[in-house]
Ligand binder design. Structure first.
Ligand SMILES: [Zn+2]
Length: 175
């Protein structure tokens, strides 16, 4: 499978995106995120979101997630090559899906006034997902992508440490 070429074709032709996504081997992440869906429309306020992960159902005991993949994920500015796209899908969203499955740790840094509880909670999830991506970068990933990940991680960590919140920044749980 020539993923690199198929990625470029999917960038050019929106109609190929879902079948391209379906062709990707998710490996370990598949058990946590059986559904990956291309979503063409996105509200203006969220136009810079590449992908998002949510539980399939909050009512059932099913803790698996679905990943929504938005148009900007197919923008070379954000994912210069297929390995970068794959990194976000499998190592970032996969980390979120895994945490949805095994349960999220609740930070106790709630009393910290300079940072709101839910933003701390979100930031901690983001930190772990970006850490997981950095951990699995290969030489096939673009340098621009790596630089952006490191910037994001440092930004998030800075915000958290301003609020005195540094628990659960490390990865946890079995793969
Ligand atoms: Zn995320």
């Amino acid at each position: 499978m020539d993923y690199e070429n198929n990625y470029l074709l999917a960038i050019k032709n929106m109609n190929l995106r879902q079948s391209f996504i379906d062709s990707i081997e998710l490996g370990w992440a598949e058990q946590y995120m059986p559904k990956c869906i291309y979503k063409n429309r996105l509200s203006k306020s969220k136009k810079n979101i590449l992908m998002s992960t949510k539980r399939l159902s909050i009512l059932s005991s099913e803790n698996k997630s679905k990943v929504l993949i938005y148009p900007v994920a197919f923008d070379l500015k954000f994912h210069p090559n297929f390995q970068d796209f794959y990194s976000t899908l499998v190592y970032h969203e996969g980390q979120h899906a895994k945490e949805n499955f095994i349960g999220l740790p609740m930070p106790t840094c709630v009393s910290v006034e300079s940072i709101e509880y839910w933003s701390a909670f979100d930031l901690l999830q983001e930190v772990r997902a970006v850490r997981n991506q950095l951990l699995h970068l290969t030489k096939e990933n673009s340098e621009a992508f790596q630089v952006r990940l490191e910037e994001r991680l440092n930004n998030h960590l800075r915000q958290l440490s301003k609020g005195g919140c540094n628990e659960f920044v490390e990865l946890y749980g079995d793969p």
